[in-house]
Design a protein around this ligand. Sequence first.
Ligand code: ADP
Ligand code: NI
Length: 203
Amino acid sequence: MIEDAVLDAAERYAQKFFAQDASGHDWHHTMRVRRTAERIAVEEGADVSVVALAALLHDVDDAKLSPETSGDLGNARSFLAEQGVGGEERDAVLTAIREVSFSKNGAAKPSTLESACVRDADRLDAIGAIGVARAFAFGGVHGRALHDPSGADKTATTDHFHEKLFKLKDLMCTGAGRRIAAHRDTVTREFLDEFLREWDGNA
Ligand code: ADP
Ligand code: NI
């Protein structure tokens, strides 16, 4: 059982770590992933404290934000060592962090239930109302068009819906994740349908 004091310290650590970031990989993303991951963990009967800690640390070794530690999860490892989290609990947390990444793992199955809970929660934050908001925030930070009706500009934010967001529902690893994703996927698709109707002057 990982103590609440460790989870509180992880929350402060993540808040400090993401203080500078505006691209959607922020502290609030981390907190949402924690809440959703815990909800999934309870429903699935996973170890909730391992899931909570892994969720809090899941992006602190992200390749975009900390390229020098992304290979060995150096930031998470140092944090766990400082907090005295060792043995099976440390390994369980590190496994869940390692297996969360979309780019590194794609459709490969998570090796533990805790890992599956964190991965589903991270992917769920990319769809639904929040996911739509994050996609356009990402597009803004990277100077991308909202939409390109010609389809030539493959970097418009609406292209990302097809490239990634609509695929996430089928990549869920838990029953609870699939149920939440089904709802958020509907919200995402309805948003894009309305967006395109308005774009064409039909709504
Ligand atoms: P992950 O943490 O799975 O590696 P990313 O870093 O790819 O996720 O994405 C973080 C957020 O930014 C997500 O909400 C994602 O949908 C969004 N995002 C990533 N790439 C794009 C893009 N090309 N256009 C719009 N949004 C994007
Ligand atoms: Ni994340």
